[in-house]
Write a protein that binds this ligand. Structure first.
Ligand code: GDP
Length: 339
């Protein structure tokens, strides 16, 4: 059920400004959507409180989108692919949002989606919304904001939300943990690439796409065959799905519909038996625990008694006069003190 009227959300204890924000998001306005996401990304305490209240009201309107994670090494063709794929979905009357988790953005100040020339055609479409990675904070913090931004996009009526990440470090695991389906974009002739990709990423992949197949179709087919063989030796992420390996040329718009059909099949296979719902429930709980762990860690480090004792205790562990176990025990116990 959609909330369309001002009356229908008056029950919620929101200041008028935020009520307008909620209504604007639900009405599908892109400018209001951007404003809501900016509020979510803000690190100011009062903004965070407002953002939490806004999200709470929006929550019943979330959950309807297909959440797609996409990874690939720099140069694999992610932005070219997302543009072609996004335009393909728009042609079918779907609304597409693209978000990013970019672990490098906090270091360099840049962002994988910050460059205006990327996805230029998709950017100009009314039914598309593209948001660069939040540029501050740890991977966990950036991911948290992106997950919340995804929920806001869903409330705004986007049918598909794509979360892009660079295939380095831990960010793929984080993105796979917030999406329904995870797509790995591969290059066909990057040497012996089965050796090069981490087993961990292969285990996350629900669909593998060899992009740039136009450059050397034979090489792409060979690489795809090797990948199929390798995947058959791994345990699939879900017992209901065997990850297909496809070829595409994002540059020439080839193979794009095949990828979309594979994603639809995945959704069908996973929805029929409740596996997708189960996956989302698990993700939500994992997320809650992640936030609790982060919160506890933060409180521990900020606790005055811990702060005071930490350097000296760490020193005794480093020089071998206290065991790590005893030191951890003592420091954790300090948290029970009020000051
Ligand atoms: P990203 O770093 O993964 O986002 O990769 P980009 O989308 O920026 O693509 C890197 C380069 O590869 C660009 O010059 C693209 O034009 C090119 N490219 C992307 N997809 C294809 C493809 O399917 N075929 C060919 N020949 N080039 C491609």
């Amino acid at each position: 059920m959609k909330l369309n009227s001002r009356e229908s959300i008056q029950d919620f204890d929101l200041p008028p400004e935020d009520r307008d924000l909620v209504e604007g998001v639900i009405a599908g306005g892109r400018r209001v959507l951007a404003k809501a996401i900016t509020l979510i990304e803000s690190s100011r305490g009062d903004h965070q409180e407002r953002a939490a209240a806004v999200l709470d009201v929006l929550l019943p309107h979330t959950g309807r989108a297909m959440r797609i994670g996409l990874t690939g090494v720099p140069g694999a063709g992610k932005s070219t692919f997302i543009e072609a794929f996004g335009l393909h979905l728009l042609d079918q009357g779907l609304k597409v949002a693209v978000l990013a988790v970019d672990p490098s953005s906090s270091r360099s100040g840049g962002s994988i989606l910050g460059d205006k020339t990327r996805m230029e055609r998709l950017c100009q479409q009314e039914a598309a919304y593209i948001r660069p990675s939040p540029s501050a904070g740890t991977l966990g913090g950036v991911a948290e904001k992106t997950r919340e931004a995804m929920l806001v996009c869903e409330a705004a009526g986007f049918d598909v939300v794509i979360i892009e990440t660079v295939g380095v470090g831990q960010s793929e695991t984080v993105v796979a943990g917030m999406t329904d389906i995870f797509v790995l974009l591969q290059l066909p002739n990057a040497g012996d690439d089965l050796q090069a990709i981490k087993k961990g990423i292969m285990e996350l992949a629900d669909v593998v796409v060899y992009n740039k197949a136009d450059l050397d179709t034979m090489a792409a087919e060979r690489a795809a065959m090797q990948m199929r063989a390798a995947l058959s030796l791994l345990r699939s992420a879900s017992e209901h799905w065997k990850p297909p390996v496809l070829l595409a040329s994002a540059l020439h718009g080839q193979g794009i519909d095949k990828v979309w059909q594979a994603l639809l099949q995945y959704r069908e296979a996973m929805t029929a038996n409740g596996a997708l719902q189960e996956k989302r429930q698990r993700q939500a709980l994992d997320w809650m625990w992640q936030l609790i762990d982060n919160g506890l860690r933060h409180r521990f480090r900020e606790h005055p008694a811990v702060k005071a004792a930490l350097p000296a205790t760490a020193e005794t562990v480093a020089n071998g006069t206290t065991t790590p176990t005893l030191a951890a025990h003592k420091l954790l116990n300090l948290m029970n003190r009020y000051f």
